[in-house]
Design a protein around this ligand. Structure first.
Ligand SMILES: Nc1ncnc2c1ncn2[C@@H]1O[C@H](COP(=O)(O)OP(=O)(O)OP(=O)(O)O)[C@@H](O)[C@H]1O
Ligand SMILES: [Mg+2]
Length: 468
């Protein structure tokens, strides 16, 4: 693999010689600089894999330069050039993290061999890093939670399609978990140790999205002063997640179609096509069908993307997942904020379950996060949630509104609210054990069952807080 090398020596002849040797025998890009301070500046502003520096220089010695470049990027390899007289300093350089040293005068082969070894080392460092990142991503990857039938089906579908090469289109309203599903597909695929690269088609300005995706060659346009790798190259052998695909401009839709169909693309400014080995996942909150009707989205691209379709339901259609999600977020934010909040009161759960959530799971997550921050006890209570209780929910402050209702309606509401709160509190006490709860309440098990059914409460919610 071609890398970038910076050579620093106050003797210009030495720079010319080294540049020639390396450029003749390798693909590496070589930059030379006779002033070590300027070299350091260059290093800080540009990516280099290897620095070759003379030891004795007037303005700044090689050891100092070594320390400074490694401070800027601890992964870089540094080779020190030295005369015999200073070999002890060279040993010191190794102790300070230099990759190797070469004594002057040197043989051409010695230079080439050391450069090759340093570059191989760099490749190892990079590989190791991306592996570590993949592992970290896996560990920090939050589980896709849900115990409602729709979510269980969805998770099963994710497991089935993940190991295939099939393109997945994920649709759903904002905050329903599209990105999470995309990353779950990647994590469960055979590509999980390779990269998961996200492209947010909305966030990247129209003029630069092509070069972001496909990369560009030096000189392709004003400002392109060096080659740039695109995200497609980055995702090679991994997964490319095209987020908010509905916002992609028509020109890019055409180029993306080619990439999907033929696995080919061209960096900006290049005439040569490149091949990509990529698994594609796309997501949108648009209704692509109507975008197609209005000629904003290419129909052929839609069919390419829509091989497997995963639709995330809004949170209000899976309210029974709210306790599970709430406890998960409670744990997450309690840990993050070093707070010892372990429980959510049944009243708070009831309030959370009665909302409509236009912002879906993200909105619930934000509410819990805020609640944890304001919570002053070990239990998250209604007041901590700081929700506007005037909203049209199923949890009206019955007292305040009572006079507007008929006697019968007011009484029904009051009773049903009492049932809900009482049953939840009871089940919480019994750890979701219905027989035990009935016994504690002094009522028949069947009667408790009926009340639970009427209130839409399941014992399950009180048993397994963290299940998957
Ligand atoms: N089923 C779930 N289990 C656990 N956490 C979830 C679940 N669904 C969503 N989340 C969390 O909710 C938040 C929003 O999810 P995500 O970013 O995936 O939504 P999105 O559909 O991509 O939203 P947008 O359309 O706004 O980009 C994230 O923090 C995510 O971890
Ligand atoms: Mg998203």
């Amino acid at each position: 693999m071609a890398g970038r090398i910076l050579i620093v020596d106050d003797e210009k002849d030495m720079l010319v010689l080294l540049q020639r040797i390396i450029s003749e025998e390798s693909e590496h890009q070589v930059v030379t600089e006779s002033n070590p301070q300027r070299a350091l500046q260059l290093f800080r502003e540009n990516p280099f894999d290897l620095v070759i520096t003379d030891l004795k220089m007037p303005k700044m010695d090689g050891i100092r330069l070594l320390e400074d470049v490694r401070k800027a990027n601890s992964d870089v390899s540094v080779i020190i050039l030295t005369a015999y007289a200073t070999i002890e300093t060279a040993v010191e350089a190794i102790q300070k993290g230099a990759f190797d040293y070469i004594t002057k005068p040197f043989r051409r082969e010695r230079i080439l061999l050391t450069v090759t070894k340093a570059m191989q080392w760099q490749e190892l460092v990079r590989e190791n890093k991306s592996l570590r990142q993949a592992l970290e991503a896996k560990e920090s990857n939050p589980h896709l939670l849900g115990s409602t039938p729709v979510m269980k089906d969805l998770m099963e579908r994710v497991r089935q399609v993940a190991p295939t090469m099939a393109t997945v289109l994920i649709t759903g309203a904002s905050g329903t978990g599209k990105e999470l599903v995309a990353s779950a597909v990647h994590q469960n695929s055979l590509r999980s140790t390779k990269k998961f690269v996200t492209v947010n088609c909305t966030a990247i300005p129209e003029q630069v999205i092509e070069s972001e995706l496909f990369g560009h060659l030096k000189g392709a346009f004003t400002g392109a002063w060096k080659d740039k790798r695109g995200l497609v190259e980055e995702a090679h052998e991994g997964t490319l997640f095209l987020d908010e695909i509905g916002d992609l401009n028509p020109n890019m839709q055409t180029k993306l179609l080619r990439l999907l169909q033929e696995g080919e693309y061209k960096p900006v400014g290049s005439v040569v096509t490149r091949k990509a080995d990529i698994r594609f996942i796309a997501a949108t909150n648009h209704n692509l069908k109507s975008d197609i009707n209005e000629k904003r989205f290419r129909e052929d691209l839609y069919y390419r993307l829509n091989v497997i379709h995963v639709e995330l339901p809004p949170l209000r259609e899976r309210k029974k997942d709210i306790p599970l999600l709430s406890h998960h977020f409670l744990k997450k934010y309690a840990q993050m904020n070093h707070k010892d909040v372990q429980e959510i009161s049944p009243e708070a759960i009831h309030l959370l379950m009665s909302r409509e959530y236009p912002g879906n799971v993200r909105e619930l997550e934000n509410i819990i996060e805020r609640g944890v921050i304001f919570c002053t006890s070990g239990t998250l209570n209604v007041k901590d949630l700081q929700l506007d209780t005037e909203e049209p929910a199923f949890y009206p402050e019955v007292g305040a509104e009572m006079g507007k209702l008929s006697f019968k309606d007011a009484k029904d509401r009051m009773i049903s609210r009492f049932h809900n709160l009482y049953i939840m509190s009871l089940l919480r006490e019994s750890g979701g054990n219905i027989s035990k709860a009935a016994e504690m309440a002094g009522i028949q098990r069947q009667y408790l069952h009926r009340l639970m059914k009427e209130a839409g409460i399941e014992a399950e919610q009180f048993r397994d807080k963290e299940g998957t």
